[in-house]
Design a protein around this ligand. Structure first.
Ligand code: ZN
Ligand code: ZN
Length: 113
């Protein structure tokens, strides 16, 4: 657990917000999960990373395994990856909010946006 103090960050950083449409193959994988949590997977996903980030776009799709396993779609012009990823281990100091992005994500943490 890494705690960051964002007290001085009074401004809000925008999110990337680039969208993608899930392929039928990706939907088939997600609807095949035996223990999904929450609503069925959407057919469209919006990147949740900080605007101007490096690496691939990333959007949370669905959780399974009792909510402990989070599935993400990651994509860019070169390709796409659908899979479950560990969550970032950073926590905001003043609010106690956890970062909800995948571990090793580029750019700012979710509590900084
Ligand atoms: Zn993005
Ligand atoms: Zn983070």
């Amino acid at each position: 657990m890494i705690v960051e103090d964002t007290t001085a960050a009074a401004w809000v950083w925008p999110r990337c917000a680039v969208a993608t449409t899930l392929t039928s193959a990706e939907i088939a994988v997600l609807t095949g999960l035996t223990d999904p949590v929450g609503p069925p997977p959407p057919d469209r996903a919006v990147c949740e990373l900080a605007a101007g980030h490096e690496q691939m776009h990333a959007a949370f799709i669905i959780a399974d395994a009792g909510g402990d396993r989070w599935w993400w779609i990651r994509w860019n012009r070169q390709g796409r990856q659908l899979g479950h990823l560990d969550t970032c281990d950073h926590t905001d100091r003043p609010s106690g909010d956890d970062c909800l992005l995948p571990a090793t994500h580029p750019g700012r943490h979710s509590f900084q946006m």
